[in-house]
Design a protein. Structure first.
Length: 157
């Protein structure tokens, strides 16, 4: 299980600033949060080493790249056991259309976020890929019609 880490105010400012813009230079970051550049760099390295910061990435507007359909699909497995779950997870890891996958409780076994360039492409993905995974018994789809909030920010209070 993950150990919870308590961040001091400087570490919180570092994480918040880097969530806003991970391309910020160390000098800019240090100036922004009120630390010497060397102290700031040591803190960033520590946050990386402790796996609080787990990576750096660009956030892309998928609509501008032609991905007009976003869907959340609840996937049901029958039977659901360690073997069928592991097989499902391994399969979706290799499907670029699936951009997020969560094991869930309640109705369903997995929640997957899928992007597609059209409804036809989404339909083809479901029938030709997702439903071909062994033991997938049902898929309940919810198509996104509007994005009201989307953030990478984590509340650090």
């Amino acid at each position: 299980m993950n150990k919870t880490v308590n961040l001091d105010e400087y570490d919180k400012k570092i994480v918040t600033s880097m969530l806003e813009d991970s391309t910020i230079s160390n000098v800019e970051l240090a100036s922004k949060i009120g630390l010497a550049a060397s102290s700031c760099l040591m803190r960033v390295k520590k946050l990386n080493n402790e796996k609080i910061i787990t990576g750096y990435t660009a956030i892309v507007d998928e609509k501008k790249l032609g991905y007009d359909v976003t869907c959340f699909a609840t996937v049901f497995m029958s039977p659901l056991n360690g073997e069928t779950a592991a097989k499902f997870i391994e399969e979706v890891k290799h499907m670029p259309e699936v951009i997020e996958c969560y094991t869930i409780t309640g109705n369903g076994s997995f929640l997957v976020k899928i992007i597609a360039k059209s409804f036809q492409e989404y339909r083809d993905f479901v029938f030709n890929k997702l439903l071909t995974i062994p033991n997938v018994s049902n898929i309940d789809s919810s198509i996104v019609v509007g994005v009201e909030k989307k953030t990478t920010q984590i509340p650090l209070d």
